[in-house]
Unconditional design. Structure first.
Lengths: 309, 308
């Protein structure tokens, strides 16, 4: 049976963030993706300008409740949520999905609590308590905050490995029903400047917290977080249930994402050099997912060494 | 990497419109920008009381097109189902602007209006499609026979009348593929007949065994694969010297075979029956190898239209 996921994220016509970043990789790896779009924008805001519109929270709720669940009696193996445009949509959808998970314990909800990045909130402050409520409810299987989001959700400032470990401990204390957490892109002036840290922990296995030092590509890639949570969904949920190993899944995802980012950078430089001969970019707006499909087919490369946190 | 702009419907569950077109094209190496003309829970074949979601208003569509202005280096454009006159007009205006700015891009228009004598869009959509077809801006159209008759303005009851219709429409459209002709024209209801015609050349007939069920999204998959074929044909030889759509039809046929393989035995989907409909959604994901690998070579070519 083809595995089914309901992915609720933004839609951009041009480029690869949100559902556009998640859908193709998941489909290419064999998932039947029901993609519910929370917005339809011409492109992502990282370009500095965009046009389009948001879906109404009530419409989104009706599509899920009356359309997918009542009408079609859809059974999902997984749920994936990322950027939601406003706290109202977050609460509405959070409630519907939590109720769904409570009625079917087999469903695995992968939640990326999109709040902001690099010390800055880029959603309404009301989204913070909304995410906390969802995490408390006990229906999320895996949360994938970045450093800023982890700090916001736990109240622990992450400045080094010790505070990173503390934030994970706090996370498990505050949200004791969330079995798995992965913290992405941790950077700090006290840490090695050439790497970023990713850390993960399984609640049920004390001392299972591991971290990876991933050599930094000093370019900002829009959509890399969305790609990461989608791939983690696939790779983690494919593990046999008797041998779950989040650290291994994280390693595989980070390795694959690194390969895709490097391909994206190389293709970007190839076209730039032809045009202008410019220097290395500071940011790249569009992942080259289609040109990376041979990488998406690949399996199991583990590039990093798990370290005990 | 070729780039395509596709303006058609989006369903959360299932494979019609942009959901049917996007994955196959992405597997074939296209960067697909999709503008969604609606966001529905599922396609309308499930029964109108089973469809939830919203149509994108013309103002919302216009705003998305406005935001896209800086990304206009497309190689091809595709449009399919649009819910009403305003959205067809909005697509028409914006796609026409793109085509005028870059005449080298290939524009495929699927004039989605109805099937089997039944109109499933508002009647005021008809003049919009007619004027688009008459504009000489569209390169390829993929009507079914019912839609062809609307564009032509007359019923088609014989092969001769079909030839006249093609000749008339070829005055403004270089490539016409009639995706399903009524069985009456060729006298065999166990088969589906498809006619592909390029201006100035004899049209070809393809004869495909009918699978007795109700599939939705087949036309959308077909037009996506057709634009891929035409784009590569034009690019590889710089001109379009002949139109041989057998590979496109064979791929679609494989997707239907995969779909049947995955559906429970003896299920025959029928309109308005949600759970059987769900089982007959195209198995686009399970058909990946037909989009990434070699084109299947099953032969459906039946002969030249003018020799029938």
């Amino acid at each position: 049976m083809t595995k089914k996921v309901l992915s609720i994220q933004s839609h951009v016509v041009h480029g690869y963030v949100g559902n556009k970043a998640a859908t193709f990789p998941l489909q290419y790896r064999g998932w039947d993706v029901d993609a519910l779009n929370t917005v339809q924008y011409s492109n992502h805001p990282g370009y500095g300008h965009f046009d389009g519109f948001r879906s109404r929270a009530q419409d989104l709720r009706e599509i899920i409740e009356k359309g997918l669940l009542e009408g079609l009696q859809q059974k999902y193996d997984a749920l994936l949520t990322g950027y939601l445009p406003d706290p109202e949509a977050l609460r509405e959808i959070g409630d519907v999905l939590a109720t769904l998970c409570e009625s079917d314990s087999e469903i695995k909800w992968i939640l990326d609590p999109v709040l902001g990045d690099n010390g800055r909130l880029y959603v309404s402050p009301d989204a913070v308590p909304a995410y906390k409520e969802i995490l408390l409810r006990g229906t999320v299987y895996l949360a994938t905050p970045n450093q800023f989001e982890m700090e916001t959700l736990t109240g622990v400032q992450i400045t080094d490995l010790a505070t990173l470990k503390l934030s994970i401990t706090r996370f498990h204390e505050l949200y004791p029903k969330v079995p798995n957490v992965l913290v992405t892109s941790v950077m700090s002036s006290t840490l090695d400047q050439d790497t970023m840290i990713c850390a993960c922990s399984e609640l049920s296995k004390p001392d299972s917290a591991r971290y990876f030092s991933v050599p930094k590509i000093d370019v900002h890639f829009s959509g890399s977080g969305d790609l990461c949570s989608a791939l983690l969904l696939d790779i983690f949920l494919r593990q046999p249930s008797e041998a779950l190993d989040l650290a291994r899944a994280a390693n595989e995802v980070l390795s694959l994402v690194d390969n895709i980012l490097k391909r994206t950078l190389q293709l970007h430089l190839d076209t730039q050099q032809k045009a202008l001969g410019q220097d290395r970019p500071r940011k790249i707006n569009d992942l080259r997912l289609i040109e990376s499909r041979d990488l998406l087919d690949g399996s199991g490369e583990l590039k990093y060494t798990p370290m005990v946190l | 990497m070729p780039r395509l702009l596709a303006t058609q419907s989006h369903v959360v569950h299932g494979y019609v419109g942009n959901k049917a077109a996007t994955f196959p094209l992405q597997c074939k190496g296209w960067d697909v920008d999709c503008i969604n003309s609606v966001q529905f829970s599922n396609h309308t074949g499930y029964g109108m009381d089973k469809v939830f979601g919203t149509a994108t208003s013309a103002a919302e569509l216009e705003s998305v097109f406005t935001g896209l202005k800086e990304f206009e280096d497309y190689d091809a454009m595709l449009s399919g189902y649009l819910p009403n006159r305003e959205s067809v007009a909005c697509m028409a205006k914006n796609h026409a602007d793109l085509k005028r700015r870059d005449p080298s891009l290939t524009w495929l228009l699927d004039p989605v209006m109805g099937d089997d004598e039944e109109l499933y869009v508002d009647e005021n959509v008809i003049p919009e499609y007619k004027s688009l077809v008459a504009s000489s801006l569209v390169d390829v159209i993929t009507p079914n026979q019912f839609e062809l008759e609307i564009l032509y303005g007359r019923k088609i009851k014989s092969v001769r009348e079909l030839q006249d219709a093609l000749k008339t429409l070829h005055q403004t459209v270089p490539v016409i593929v009639v995706t399903s002709c009524s069985s009456g024209l060729f006298g065999n209801s166990d088969h589906l007949y498809c006619v592909a015609s390029m201006r100035g050349q004899p049209a070809s007939i393809y004869k495909i065994p009918v699978i007795d069920s109700y599939f939705t999204g087949v036309g959308d998959l077909f037009s996506a694969l057709l634009i891929d074929y035409i784009h590569h044909k034009c690019n590889d030889s710089n001109t379009m010297d002949c139109l041989d759509i057998n590979g496109v039809l064979a791929t679609v046929h494989q997707v239907l075979a995969v779909t049947l393989e995955h559906s429970p035995k003896c299920v025959k989907a029928s309109m308005g029956s949600p759970l059987t409909m769900k089982q007959m959604e195209l198995r686009i994901i399970e058909s990946k190898k037909w989009f990434t690998g070699k084109t299947p070579n099953e032969n459906f070519y039946h002969g030249q239209l003018d020799l029938v």
